[in-house]
Design a protein around this ligand. Structure first.
Ligand code: UDX
Length: 441
């Protein structure tokens, strides 16, 4: 099939590339000329394992093309995905101006039947707004044309996006006419093998499904983080509690890891946006409110532990930080707990020596004004002469470090672990003062 993807950000690029990889003719469009030039020269503006190679091979096979010309994208394909950004505006709701601007351009250029699919995470009711925006342009032009709108939310995890796309748990399709459903079924047939993964529903339900999934996952995390704080007060170990409850299949082991808070481009934004939508409809979503509040507080839990151990005036102290990205296998630092922790340490007068396997360029950009923050490509260079090590992201490479070396490099054997990657007893045996999350310490 032929398809067009508008927006070459994370979602658009992964979606377009994966559809091309199964044999479709995909045209990706973006109004950012620099981005398109970069992609045409074989460079990928984001870090996602496997994506660069997949883009290159599909470009080489001429299945994946890039342009800045939206008219061409509308002409090219019967199915057009909108995958542009929906950043939160000042009050926390998703800013739809990019989505609706694309809808308008589609309406201006439509000459025959098309399905316009919203792929970006958009509030319930957006597909309808897209329909209205396209229709308004057709009315202005005085043309009478049939088109469909559909919602097809993405459930991609950063760092595993290609795998998630190629082997989806489910493909949610919101549509209200058979023609659109038929085209979407054909498009997803290569990913719908062995058992039925397509869940077809009305458009508002599909739009809400995306928010419900992310809000549920964020709720699990905040619930565990709340319990981890309680566990500390009760001299219990949250890691044992986690195993104790995860063994119940109704609860499950996934997404119940306590830590120093969730971050990223999805959970914080989506919980806020859903909360806002509820309020706009006169409903006070108390659980969502609490999920967000607990998460904000959780990002400071390590700072409070540091205060208790070393006092709140940290002038003259230096901290080694391992892990800056909001989670492993990405360079993304949006809403990352590391930012709250680093800012808190700087405010207390401390200096930072930071290491991350991939997000140093991102962090250098964020902290270009902060001369108290220095970055090291080697994790042990970061610990040299530091007064404590703080672990914020659970990269695999941090799991089994050379503890003797750490001990000799730190001014004192002190570790604050925001992801519980070490065994407290083992660390005690090695002579460390070790502080995790939700464990008696
Ligand atoms: C998420 C959803 O998983 C994905 O389906 C959706 O499409 C986009 O949002 P992503 O933001 O890439 O994906 O990250 P994810 O792996 O879900 O982790 C989110 C955050 O939760 C990270 O900061 C992670 O550290 C934290 N987390 C996750 C925990 O603190 N504990 C857990 O048990 C799981």
């Amino acid at each position: 099939m032929k398809l067009s993807i508008v927006g070459t950000g994370y979602v658009g690029l992964v979606t377009g590339t994966c559809f091309a990889d199964v044999g479709n003719q995909v045209l990706c469009v973006d109004n950012n000329q620099d981005k398109i030039d970069m992609l045409l020269s074989g460079q990928i503006p984001i870090y996602e394992p496997g994506l660069e190679r997949l883009v290159a091979s599909n470009v080489e096979q001429s299945r994946l093309k890039f342009t800045t010309d939206i008219k061409q994208a509308v002409e090219h394909a019967e199915v057009i995905f909108i995958a542009v950004g929906t950043p939160p505006d000042e009050d926390g709701s998703a800013d739809l101006s990019h989505v609706l601007a694309v809808a308008k351009s589609i309406g201006q250029n439509l000459t025959e039947y098309r399905v316009v699919v919203t792929k970006s995470t958009v509030p319930v009711g957006t597909a309808e707004k897209v329909r209205v925006a396209i229709q308004a342009e057709l009315d202005t032009r005085g043309v009478d044309l049939e088109f469909s709108v559909a919602s097809n939310p993405e459930f991609l995890k950063e760092g595993a996006a290609i795998e998630d796309f190629m082997k989806p748990d489910r493909v949610v399709i919101g549509a209200d006419d058979e023609r659109a459903v038929g085209l979407m079924r054909t498009l997803y047939a290569p990913f719908n093998r062995n058992h039925e993964r397509l869940i077809v529903m009305d458009i508002p339900s599909a739009e809400l499904t995306k928010y419900a999934a992310n809000a549920m996952l964020a709720t699990k995390i905040s619930f565990m983080n709340e319990l981890s704080n309680l566990a500390e007060l009760l001299n219990a170990d949250i890691e044992l509690v986690r195993q104790g409850i995860g063994s119940d299949p109704r609860i499950g082991y996934h997404f119940i890891y306590p830590g120093c808070g969730y971050g990223g481009s999805c959970f914080p934004k989506d919980v806020q946006a859903l909360h806002r939508t509820a309020r706009q409809h006169g409903y006070d979503a108390r659980i969502l409110d609490a999920v967000e509040a607990v998460n904000e507080d959780q990002k400071s839990v390590l700072l409070h532990k540091i205060d208790r151990r070393l006092g709140a005036d940290l002038a003259g102290k230096t901290f080694a930080v391992w892990g800056l990205a909001f989670k492993p296998n990405t360079d993304d630092m949006r809403e990352a707990p590391s930012r709250v922790i680093i800012d808190g340490l700087l405010a207390r007068g401390a200096a930072i020596r930071a290491h991350d396997p991939v997000s140093i360029p991102e962090a250098e950009h964020l902290y270009q004004q902060a001369d108290q923050v220095t970055f090291y490509d080697d994790p042990y260079d970061a610990t040299q002469g530091a007064d404590a090590l703080i672990i914020i992201t659970e990269w695999k490479a941090f799991r089994s470090p050379d503890f003797d070396r750490l001990k000799s490099q730190l001014t004192q054997p002190l570790i604050f672990d925001g992801r519980n990657i070490y065994d407290p007893e083992a660390l005690k045996g090695l002579g460390f003062n070790y502080f995790g999350i939700g464990r008696s310490n």
